[in-house]
Design a protein. Sequence first.
Length: 247
Amino acid sequence: MKKLHKILLGTIALGLFSANLAMATPSTQIWIPSTDIQKFGTFHLGLDNYQRSKEDDNGERLHVYDFGLTAGVLPYEKIQMEVGFDLITNGTDADDRPLYFNAKLGTPEGALFEGSPALAAGGFSFGTDSELTDYNIVYGLVAKTFPVIGRLSAGYYVGNDDLLVDADGDEDNDGVLLSWDRTISEISDKLWAAVDYQGGDNSFGALSFGVAWAFSPNVSVIVGYDIYNEDQTGGENTYTTQLDINF
């Protein structure tokens, strides 16, 4: 068990290092990471916009724009890995250091034994400025698809306690990750819906929901809404559109 633990940690570390050479937000639901992982040799381009629903107390609307690229890097069916980078701007001083890295390692449903859940472990928002962007969030997730209901996911995350704080500036660097998603095949196999939640009153804590339409096997668009747990840290709620292209 200890040997396997070291192998998993070493592989994630290798992926984070490799991201400096080439590769985005990890594959997500609406807001939180999912257990989905890019297959070996495929790339995922994500263009995400988060538009504030109203002005903040200072009369500003600090919208968020995210350009990300993710790549699958392990040539195995039962254990997969992706690494990526994001360029994110949000109208704050952090825009001077817009580059963030991420990586994810996991197994799909049924890989370990018949009926086994999907498992994933990874990290995201590894920035390049220790005082502004090094959120260094690591997480673990488990997911299982049920007939009619859809897929349910649950997990936990921990991040940098210097940056992940509540409205009073106190440490608030961990929380649950929960989601439901499902292809709405009763209407169309191209239609997908999801609801997800990230715990905590820090800048990442939010309840999000949305739908997606697949225009082709490789191109889809998500339209959603994000309700932040604490507007003093997360800001005003946002409308989001996310263009996803696989190639």
